[in-house]
Design a protein around this ligand. Structure first.
Ligand code: THU
Length: 160
């Protein structure tokens, strides 16, 4: 019989009170930053906040374009801009918040595949896990301990 490989992913499901102060601050910044999204086509507003190793924060929102594929997600906007400004700083946390323009509540939306791949690159580069915080269903939060939980079996530069 063929053997089986089972992968376990651990997600912390947390109430607001169970977040650290820094996680709350990062989530608040992600939520605030979603307001700045340039999303005239989808009206889907996404904000991402990065907490860096020196506890400073860096933000990004999704940037759309009339030539649709030229736009970029909030997570990659934040990550690329951060890495361009501070190429050697490590990332301690990525917080993401997404909502429809017509609604105030934030959705339980997961980062897309391309953003997971980019997050994985920086996690691999820094050699330390990057936790990812996002809204879960029913007003709670999901915290993954590492990007590899979002993207198992990832392709990275060791494969080249
Ligand atoms: N979007 C993000 O910013 N992050 C994701 O992980 C998923 C999708 C953006 C891209 C586009 O501007 C809008 O949401 C609708 O897909």
């Amino acid at each position: 019989m063929a053997s089986e490989l089972n992968i376990q992913i651990c997600i912390d499901v947390l109430s607001t009170d169970e977040l650290t102060q820094q996680e709350r601050d990062a989530m608040l910044l992600a939520q605030e930053t979603a307001k700045d999204a340039y999303a005239p086509y989808s009206n889907f507003l996404v904000g991402a906040a990065l907490v860096l190793e020196d506890n400073t924060m860096f933000k990004g929102s999704n940037q759309e374009n009339a030539a649709y594929p030229s736009g970029l997600c909030a997570e990659r906007t934040a990550l690329f801009a951060m890495s361009a400004h501070y190429p050697n700083k490590k990332i301690k946390l990525i917080a993401v918040a997404a909502r429809r323009r017509s609604e105030q509540h934030f959705l339980s939306a997961m980062p897309c595949g391309a953003c997971r791949q980019v997050m994985a690159e920086y996690e691999h580069k820094q050699g330390e896990p990057i936790p990812v915080l996002m809204h879960g269903p029913e007003g709670n939060f999901y915290r993954l301990r590492s990007v590899s939980d979002l993207l198992p079996f990832q392709f990275n530069k060791e494969h080249l």
